[in-house]
Design a protein around this ligand. Sequence first.
Ligand SMILES: NC(=O)c1ccc[n+]([C@@H]2O[C@H](COP(=O)([O-])OP(=O)(O)OC[C@H]3O[C@@H](n4cnc5c(N)ncnc54)[C@H](O)[C@@H]3O)[C@@H](O)[C@H]2O)c1
Ligand SMILES: [Zn+2]
Length: 394
Amino acid sequence: VSDESTKPAGNVGRDHPSGDAGLLPDRIEMAAGLVARAGGLLAADVPAARYAVISDGNVAPLHGAAVAASLRDAGRVADLLEFPAGEASKNRDVWSSLADRLAALGAGRDTCVVAVGGGVTLDLAGFVAATWARGVDLVLVPTTLLGMVDAAWGGKTGLDLPAGKNLVGALHRPRAVLIDPSTLRTLPAAELRYGLAEAVKHAVVRDAAQLEWIGARASALLAGDEDALLELVRASSAIKRAVVAADPRERGERQILNHGHTVAHGLERVTEYALPHGAAVAVGLVAEAAIGEAAGVTARGTADRVAAALAALGLPTRPPAGVSIPALVAAMRLDKKARAGETRYALPARVGEAARDPAGRWTFALPEERVTAALAALWRMPGRSTVSAERTAV
Ligand SMILES: NC(=O)c1ccc[n+]([C@@H]2O[C@H](COP(=O)([O-])OP(=O)(O)OC[C@H]3O[C@@H](n4cnc5c(N)ncnc54)[C@H](O)[C@@H]3O)[C@@H](O)[C@H]2O)c1
Ligand SMILES: [Zn+2]
């Protein structure tokens, strides 16, 4: 694997004329073995009086400790702050206990927070960095594929409330994002697939050739081939960076990254979060393509193509048994994208291209009867593969 660094190209990064592109990092490094030498890199590029490495209980011994040790080897002060793994930790209590631990360490404004972990850690530690001393330096070291292709990019940090996911948050630009595909060796196979679902989403809204590439490399990706994974992370995260750079505040085009997510969030709600997010996204991508086809927005055959790509990656394309369409449609009404009581969908025009409505908006409000009919037709149809979330988990 080459050791090349990926410098933000063109209008992405430090020199962007708009301060908003400040949501993307100055420094992007992607290479196998990066975790072991992160310390020297950060000591030189993101100097700080102290580094607070934040990881969940699974990742701390596997990779967080290595980052902290590498910082100490580089002569820096580094502490490893651990919290219990899982979405349930992305809350105010854990944020508050991390802030208390920073205070106990005597951390000041010259502290750098280093988030080492999956999306939960990036969001939570990112929010700690956004709020500690009104905002300190942040470095992201994603260790899930979802983190590498998606959560590490775009500056969103935050917490869940009992009333809903990601309700409290801040936009906070990381100084650096370091991606080491070797960390994926320890990632459970099911988690790897959930990251692939988000990569398929990026391809569907922006790059048809990338969907073909994912299909051609499916077995290498699923087998954990580091070169294939690194190539996917480069290409897929580049899509997210380009979309974020064009519309950092999600006023328009960035909404296309919510494709599949209106249905996905509804499914997560009606299954009381038993269905993992990545599995819900996979089902949502097929469902929303079919909804788009029924609405005349999406080219015929798109849902079939997306379903075939997802099935080849061992991802589900239909909801788990027992999900009722009326309950799902009701749950979707609560989506964040709902405006003035209407549920909105970010839809593809075809594989590789997002659709805009006649007024130029990137999301579509559709009558619930039409959505219900489209989902009923899709999920009644035999022949499309059914893979339960349990069967995809290895
Ligand atoms: N900020 C954003 O733009 C953005 C985008 C997408 C998702 N998210 C957020 O990301 C979260 C989901 O992220 P996720 O799927 O990475 O979940 P996660 O962080 O909970 O990680 C999934 C599981 O894998 C474990 N793990 C992580 N890396 C590992 C490794 N290398 N080896 C072994 N185990 C490892 C974790 O401990 C956890 O049990 C959600 O909270 C979501 O809201 C944020
Ligand atoms: Zn998602």
